[in-house]
Design a protein around this ligand. Sequence first.
Ligand code: KIV
Length: 313
Amino acid sequence: MRTGSIRPVCGGALEDIVSLTPIGEPRRKITTATLREKKLRRDPITCLTAYDYATARLVDEAGIDIVLVGDSLAMTMLGYENTLSVTVEEMLHHVRAARRGVKDALLIADMPYGSYHASAEEAVHNAARFVKEAGVEAVKMEGGEKRVDVIRRVIDAEIPVAGHIGLTPQSVNMMGGYKVQGKTLHAIEQLMRDAVALDHAGVACIYLEGIPREVAAMITAEVETPTIGIGAGPDCDGQVLVFHDLVNLTFSPPAKFVRRYGDASALITQAVEAFKGDVARGQFPSDAESYHLPKDTQAALETVLQRKRALRR
Ligand code: KIV
């Protein structure tokens, strides 16, 4: 039985259209289930940060699996010293822009420091804002065992969560700086417990940051959840880099784990200096880059100007 809700589209009924998929190789929408499938197939997961419409669109169209609106935007986009001061409102502003650029990739956003630390109720409330107001498909929260009860509550509220352990930048003051974690037997044991706790809680993936590759490999082999490494060696189920590191837009020497794939800084500087020079020399804009009057308006204008000049004489 038809429900009667099918409306005509482009002169035909929707029910008559065989496929709405454009011809060519359509890319499948990446979901949290895709990440698990990729882990099982040993097909590496790719993730990049993006914080605005244009970058998110380029990253998505390049076929990257996950677009992460990381709280690293505190430094890369807003010029803060660290991630601690960025607010929920600031994050939401960027996530909404990225959302408009992302079609196929899984969109994950960082819950900023302080938005999930006081209580599970506040965590669920803030996580729901990211879903309702910015359209994310998962939120990321830093911390393992000690954060797992809150993470479970957010998952219970139907919001997928990405875990993040190892060097967790929101703990910079507790860690006493950005230091590689998991270097002692005791620290390895704690990281293992953290990873297993997140795995049992049912997180969508676990970001492993700044830990020895041997430890990342052990965690990756131990948990069913896909792991995504940054400064955690090649044996994770996937890799993430900060977009600004990838294209040299960070104004500082890169960390050991960063590979620069392009130099946007040089490209932008060259373009800006060339523009400045052209304007200074009167070479921009050219006649071809200018709008022109229609011929008859031009002729009429000439006549008016001639009359005015004659009157002044
Ligand atoms: O904020 C961020 O960009 C991150 C990645 C480094 C994983 O958390």
